[in-house]
Design a protein around this ligand. Structure first.
Ligand code: C2E
Ligand code: CA
Ligand code: CA
Length: 684
């Protein structure tokens, strides 16, 4: 709606008001001027009357006393009167008739007066002359009376005129004032109505809108946006609100979405799952929560940089979204973890089929910034209502199942089972306990003797860690070492083992025990994250031990992975003079090439072949082959898990160099070991 602008309206009102006042002043001025005119006119007429009456007076004097002086005076007065009449003549206002009568009478009087006053009248027949004079006098007298009457009526006219004029002026003034007041009132009404409609109402609307917005109604807008200044303010206000609304929506979006991938985040996914559960509750179907984790993302991120890692995450999220139905949800849980909600599924087979599809799609290499990136994922699955009915528990169980999938060698999916839960809670207990174990001195090393099969001499010990958990008692290394490796705590634990083993060996040396080697087990994680070389050197230096007395037990898998960096580390360790043995030999890759490259000293034949190889011809063949191969490569051999004399004899017959096992002794605390050594010495 086109409206008067407030500014224009204001100026227009001012102008109209001023105009009204000016008109009123002009009207009053006109009235005043008219009144002044009337007074002026009245004065002229009065002058005629005054001068005329004096002439009447003089005429009477002349007629009564016939004085010479009066005659001259009369003539002078006559001129005054005719001049006054001449001046008064003109305006046709009703005085005209009177004035013309007066003029005629004056002309008559002049004629009579001059005849009366002429010398001829004195020098004629005196009688006749006297008669004539008498007639003239009486005629003059009559004329004088008539003149007087005319003057009187002129006077009356003039008086009436001035009175009428005053009355008219009064009336006009009143009328002007009345009209002006009415106009002003009308003007006031019009202005106030306009003001109400154009200014007040929109302002009130704006104020109301502001109050509603303040009260929290973000959708409220100012209406009545006319094309005027207030309309402009309202539009600016609405614009501000729109902007705020947009910001609010952006914030809302950011609060519920992952910035990198644009996928729903943890908050939104929870919401979606709750919805899906509510929906499934009605249809009686199930909802699956898939916890997906990329297997090698960290390596890609660390080696190729975060931009590539980010691009990979985006590409992965796109592929995941491409695999699911519209009714399902893919969300980013954080890092390289994703959640998938499958709503309304009927059987586990459907879920398994989708999990397989996801894993398969992810193994197709990604082309990112010129890199051909292969990746795989592991998936843990929890199902509503089978595993739980609430989000947090489902998430925890899916996470537990994911851990299992990872443990199963990655690129796999696992459904949650209750057994996992028991294991997972144990796992968590162990992990939290491990953090305090070093400070609390809960670890201890036990030592298992190693015997030279040819001479029967005690040549070394293997240090094996033991953990006395304050609540759970002894926890076997098989249960906590994998957890320590998984959490990285193995680095600190391994350093402690190295130092403690060296300290113990130095103590035994100084107390006069025969010279022994100490074998320490190393984890692959120590190679990857720790500084094995530095801790070995530090331990040897601290206890002043010759390097040849320290033997490091590595598994084949350590040497297979990350070959270059491991090779460099192992070479430097060998340069120091430390011995290397391959633990659990035969269970891994058993590739001969690395044995040469790493310059290994000893093979430790895994106990699974040794324990009862006397009854299993296959195992016996393997053990013999290993020993023969080691000899040909100039490596020493040690058999672990020797439990019987029979096995010992057989190994000796195969030319195995050393043996270790319950047959000789179980792993034992240092003090027991000292007694063990003393007992052997006294018996021999
Ligand atoms: P491993 O290195 O193969 O250690 C030998 C295991 O066999 C030890 O189990 C030992 O007690 C057991 N054993 C020795 N003789 C016999 C026998 O005659 N019969 C049978 N049945 N078993 C025998 P333990 O001490 O429970 O250690 C298990 C594993 O834990 C070790 O296997 C090793 O891989 C790991 N481990 C132990 N201590 C450490 C350590 O300080 N650091 C690291 N990284 N791993 C360790
Ligand atoms: Ca070992
Ligand atoms: Ca072993």
């Amino acid at each position: 709606m086109q409206r008067v602008r407030v500014g224009t309206g204001f100026h227009l009102s001012l102008a109209i008001g001023a105009l009204l006042i000016a008109a009123a002043i002009a009207a009053l001025g006109f009235v005043q001027w008219q009144a002044a005119e009337a007074v002026e006119r009245n004065k002229t007429l009065d002058n005629v009357v005054t001068e005329g009456l004096q002439l009447v007076q003089l005429t009477n004097e002349v007629l009564l006393y016939k004085q010479e002086r009066a005659v001259t005076q009369w003539r002078g007065q006559f001129d005054h009167v005719t001049a006054a009449v001449g001046m008064a003549l003109g305006p046709a206002d009703g005085s005209d008739v009177q004035l013309r009568k007066i003029d005629t009478r004056l002309t008559d009087m002049r004629l009579l007066f001059e005849r009366l006053a002429s010398p001829d009248a004195d020098h004629g027949d005196s009688r006749a002359a006297q008669d004539v004079a008498g007639i003239l006098s009486s005629q003059l007298f009559q004329k004088t009376v008539l003149l007087q009457t005319s003057l009187r009526s002129l006077k009356t006219f003039s008086d009436d005129q001035i009175k009428g004029s005053y009355d008219a002026a009064k009336e006009r003034t009143l009328l002007t004032f009345g009209l002006l007041a009415a106009l002003m009132a009308l003007f006031g009404i019009v202005v106030s109505v306009l003001f109400r409609n154009v200014v007040l109402r929109p302002l009130q609307g704006l104020e109301l809108a502001i109050r509603r917005v303040n009260a929290g109604d973000a959708k409220q807008r100012a209406d009545l946006c006319a094309d005027d200044e207030i309309g402009m303010v309202s539009r600016a206000f609405n614009g501000l609100l729109d902007q705020q609304e947009e910001h609010r929506r952006q914030l809302q979006y950011l609060a519920y979405h992952d910035v990198l991938t644009g996928l729903p985040n943890q908050l939104l996914v929870k919401d979606r799952l709750v919805q899906a559960i509510a929906f499934a509750g009605r249809s009686g179907n199930r909802v699956a929560l898939l916890f997906l984790d990329l297997d090698n993302f960290k390596t890609i991120n660390d080696s190729l940089g975060h931009p590539v890692g980010d691009a990979l995450l985006r590409a992965v999220s796109e592929r995941l979204v491409g695999c699911i139905r519209d009714t399902d949800t893919v969300a980013r849980q954080g890092g390289d973890e994703f959640l998938v909600i499958l709503s309304d599924v009927q059987s586990s087979d459907d879920i398994a089929a989708l999990a397989e599809k996801l894993l398969e799609r992810l193994t197709v290499p990604f082309q990112i910034e010129g890199h051909d990136l292969s990746t795989s994922a592991s998936i843990g699955i929890a199902i509503h209502p089978d595993d739980s009915r609430d989000f947090d528990t489902l998430l925890k169980k899916a996470d537990t199942a994911l851990y299992e999938a990872k443990a199963a060698g990655r690129n796999a999916y696992r459904f949650f089972t209750e057994r996992m839960n028991v294991e997972a809670s144990e796992y968590l207990q162990v992990r939290s306990g491990l953090r305090r174990a070093i400070e609390n001195r809960e670890f201890e090393l036990h030592y298992q003797p190693q015997i030279d099969l040819a001479t029967g001499a005690l040549v070394g010990v293997e240090a094996l860690i033991r953990w006395q958990h304050p609540q759970q008692g002894w926890i076997p290394p098989a249960r906590f070492i994998p957890v320590a490796e998984d959490s990285g705590l193995i680095v600190a634990i391994g350093e402690w083992v190295l130092r403690e083993a060296c300290r113990q060996l130095a103590e035994w040396r100084s107390s006069g025990l025969p010279e022994l080697t100490v074998a320490v087990n190393l984890s692959g994680v120590q190679f990857k994250r720790g500084m094995v070389e530095r801790s070995v050197m530090a331990a040897l230096q601290e206890f002043d031990l010759p390097a040849r007395l320290l033997e490091l037990e590595l598994t084949e898998s350590i040497l297979i992975k990350d070959t270059e960096s491991v090779l460099a580390t192992v070479r430097r360790l060998k340069d120091i003079g430390v011995r290397l043995s391959i633990d659990d030999f035969g269970t891994g890759y058993s590739s001969l090439s690395y044995l040469k490259r790493f310059n290994v000293d000893k093979l430790k034949i895994d106990q699974s072949f040794v324990r009862d190889f006397t009854s299993d011809p296959d195992d016996a063949a393997i053990v013999r082959a290993i020993i023969q191969m080691a000899r040909s490569l100039n490596l020493r051999t040690i058999a672990e898990g020797v439990e019987t004399a029979h096995v010992r004899d057989q190994l000796a017959a195969f030319n195995c160099d050393e043996a270790q096992g319950y047959y000789f002794a179980r792993p034992m605390p240092a003090a027991d070991f000292e007694r063990f050594v003393a007992a052997r010495a006294s018996s021999s």
